[in-house]
Design a protein around this ligand. Structure first.
Ligand SMILES: *Cc1c(COP(=O)(O)O)cnc(C)c1O
Length: 721
């Protein structure tokens, strides 16, 4: 194919609707054709491996197999029948968990890969898909703004493992300078290093605290710098120096991989601390637990009313950190699991810069972008400069995001449009989120989940490291998968990584996942005209849902009029409405319903005890899911919409940090701390809302109408009870 044509195909001409099966399987014929295309091709490959070999299972024998095939098929039918009780993730009616469609190329890539069954733990078991995995790593690295020839990224089973791996790597990197100091003392080498505040000092003169708080990049490079110093400046022999350093690294009293953290802490008298937003995913606690830091070393930083980490609080805590503590890492969440909130990464980077200068301390910065990472694709591929929109939000970005195929304004057009028209201006104008995403390249490691906002089948997570040299500290010797040894191999300051298995936490893993990510990202490129289109539509649709919920009171009467046409029974309805709890940074909407009263033609909130509000919302939720003994048995056919729920409680969010969210409902601190807040939650990620609207079906409005119907039943029962 001609390159210009490919470029064009990969961008403008791609209609988003081609990328998925479609809510009713509209593209099923194409999918079926491609499945058999792959399968035939695969069988052809088998047949042409020594075609002269005999047919082992001949026709006579195959005929005898028929009864077993019947038996197997009837069991398969059982699964197929049972699977009908699955949740309809693909449907625009599913606005619940982080689940939606899978893209066509991701499914094809997976299917093709799966037939060959590669194991990406080693290229001997996956000669093709290991390469694809490394290329996927480069694609993701390029999207976040890392330099692909310096960074290193690979696929793992998901965000949990990616986060554990990031903190596992941070664990050893923090100690590298101590390991080197020990070497220099032993070898009587006067090696000089640059401290966090950029002073040149003899490594011997630095305290454990100084060394543990060196900037991550400097710690990673230090081992090469030492080798260079010994060889280039002192004239020692490379063949002697490298094994000596590597052997020391292995045996060092400060190597956590070998000695364990406990032994090191006993020596240095410092305890670890990991700062993370209180909205963080529980996998950070899991990591702290597994890696020997202990869960108590996780220091939760409160969020603000937008559920973003309070960076002022973080700054205070870092500046006033006790002397017997060392900072392992700060974890910024780019897209909190519950609210989709984006931590102010740009502010955290600025705090790190100042902390280095003013306090001579740095830290490992990890961005947990398991959920939000793909939002970064919105800011790639803009006209101005490939992958490099300006650092400052300049309105141009909003323009570019707006410029794609959707209406900016829409009308809530109910059955009687003359009576009321509610306009919502939907746009994405979020400089803080933009700035945070532009700084993701300053993080030392980044987690991104293809199996979430990448629309790729499970399992697929990505962990990316800014500095690929971290692999020097990780290699495990396993003779049967590779002959790579740990430690440095040369003086080169760039990494040339051609393997995966020796450096990762997991063992066997599906090469199919690599083929899946590769084909999807190759054909739906990670930029504004490709994957960004999907992201964009979900961000705008989330805003639309917020708008519909907030305006519910304005079309309340219209819905009631519609209901009265078919429901003559209900006379009195106790009014109520819905309140989004924040303006979403991405595409997760949290809201609650509460009771209201009509006062002079306007709808006003009624103050209700939190216990009542929680029960009210919990009962509403039960109508919007399948749960209890029905779960896994009842098919979703009779269930018009699905949502999810969560609970904000004091264990996670202090009253202080979310009082802005609670205040409009007159919820007292005491009530909140006793009860927590039950929250209705919708992840808006179906790619078809715009198209459906075009075809006359406004799902996001219809959803609010259905919510109204459910809620009106619930509230009447609440008052009777
Ligand atoms: C989902 C999520 C994780 C965990 O990812 P898995 O793929 O479920 O292991 C971690 N962090 C955040 C912010 C997430 O949203």
């Amino acid at each position: 194919m001609q390159p210009p044509k490919e470029k064009q195909l990969a961008t403008e001409n791609h209609p988003l609707a081609a990328w998925f099966l479609g809510p009713k399987g509209e593209h099923s014929q194409t999918w079926a054709d491609l499945f058999s295309y792959i399968f035939e091709d695969y069988v052809y490959w088998r047949r042409n491996y020594f075609p002269q070999d005999p047919i082992v299972v001949d026709r006579m024998r195959r005929r005898k197999h028929e009864p077993w095939f019947d038996y197997m098929t009837s069991n398969l039918d059982n699964i197929l029948k049972d699977l009908k009780a699955h949740f309809p993730f693909y449907s625009p009616r599913y606005v619940a968990h982080m689940l939606s469609e899978q893209s066509l190329p991701s499914v094809l890539g997976y299917f093709a890969g799966m037939l060959y069954n590669p194991n990406n733990v080693t290229d001997e078991a996956a000669p093709v898909t290991v390469r694809l995995e490394l290329e996927v790593g480069n694609m993701l690295s390029a999207m976040i703004g890392y330099k692909p020839d310096e960074s290193w990224a690979h696929i793992c089973s998901g965000g949990t493992v990616a986060n554990i791996e990031a903190l596992w790597v941070a664990r050893v990197v923090r100690f590298v300078p101590l390991i080197i100091q020990e070497f220099c003392k032993k070898e009587k080498v006067a090696f000089e290093v640059k401290t966090a505040n950029s002073q040149v000092a003899k490594i011997d003169d630095l305290s454990p605290g100084d060394l543990l708080h060196l900037p991550a990049d400097r710690a990673i490079q230090m081992i090469k710098k030492l080798a260079q110093y010994l060889i280039l400046d002192l004239g020692q022999v490379e063949k002697v120096v490298l094994p000596k350093i590597n052997n020391h690294f292995h045996a060092s009293a400060y190597n956590p991989a070998h000695k364990g953290l406990f032994a090191i802490y006993k020596k240095i008298g410092l305890l670890p601390r990991i700062y993370v937003s209180s909205s963080a995913h529980y996998s950070i606690n899991k990591a702290a637990n597994l890696l020997g830091y202990g869960e108590d070393s996780v220091f939760p930083v409160p969020v603000n009313a937008k559920f973003r980490m309070d960076s002022d609080y973080l700054k205070e805590a870092l500046y006033n950190q006790p002397d017997d503590i060392y900072t392992v890492a700060v974890v910024a969440v780019m897209g909190t699991t519950e609210e989709g909130a984006i931590d102010p990464l740009h502010k955290i980077v600025a705090i790190r810069d100042n902390l280095e200068k003013e306090k001579n301390r740095s830290f490992w910065l990890h961005a947990d972008a398991a959920w939000g990472g793909y939002v970064r694709s919105l800011f790639c591929g803009h006209e101005k400069k490939e992958n490099e929109p300006s650092e400052n939000f300049d309105g141009q970005v909003t323009e570019n995001i707006r410029a794609i195929d959707a209406k900016e304004t829409f009308t809530l057009d109910l059955s009687n449009p003359k009576k009321t028209q509610q306009e919502c201006h939907i746009s994405w104008d979020n400089p803080e989120v933009y700035k945070a995403f532009m700084q993701i390249k300053s993080a030392d490691s980044v987690t991104i989940d293809p199996h979430k906002m990448g629309y790729i089948p499970y399992p697929a997570g990505i962990i990316a490291f800014k500095n690929g040299l971290v692999t020097d500290f990780l290699a495990q010797k396993a003779q049967y998968i590779s002959d790579i040894q740990d430690g440095i191999k040369n003086l080169d300051e760039h990494s040339h990584i051609e393997a995966i298995g020796p450096y990762i936490l997991e063992g066997s893993k599906p090469g199919a996942a690599a083929a899946s990510c590769w084909l999807s990202h190759k054909t739906i490129p990670l930029e504004i005209h490709g994957h960004g289109k999907i992201v964009r539509t979900t961000l705008l649709n989330a805003k639309k849902l917020v708008c519909n919920l907030s305006n519910h009171k304005n079309f309340y009467d219209l819905i009631e009029d519609e209901i009265k046409v078919w429901d003559k029974k209900t006379t009195v309805v106790n009014p109520f409405t819905f309140f989004p709890l924040y303006d979403p940074d991405t595409n997760i909407v949290c809201f609650i319903a509460t009771a209201t009263a009509w006062i002079e033609g306007d709808m006003k909130k009624l103050d209700k005890p939190l216990k009542w509000i929680n029960e009210f919302n919990e009962r509403i939720y039960k109508h919007l899911t399948i749960s209890g003994s029905d779960l896994g048995y009842k098919p979703p056919y009779a269930q018009p919409y699905f949502i999810s729920r969560t609970r904000f409680d004091k264990g996670q969010y202090s009253y202080e940090s979310i009082k802005g969210v609670l205040a409009p409902f007159s919820i007292s601190q005491k009530e909140y701390e006793e009860e927590g807040l039950f929250v209705l939650r919708s992840t808006v990620m179906n790619p078809f809302y715009y198209l459906a609207e075009h075809e006359g079906k406004n799902y996001l409005l219809d959803f609010v109408k259905y919510l109204h119907l459910v809620t009106r039943g619930v509230i009447n029962k609440m008052y009777v009870a």
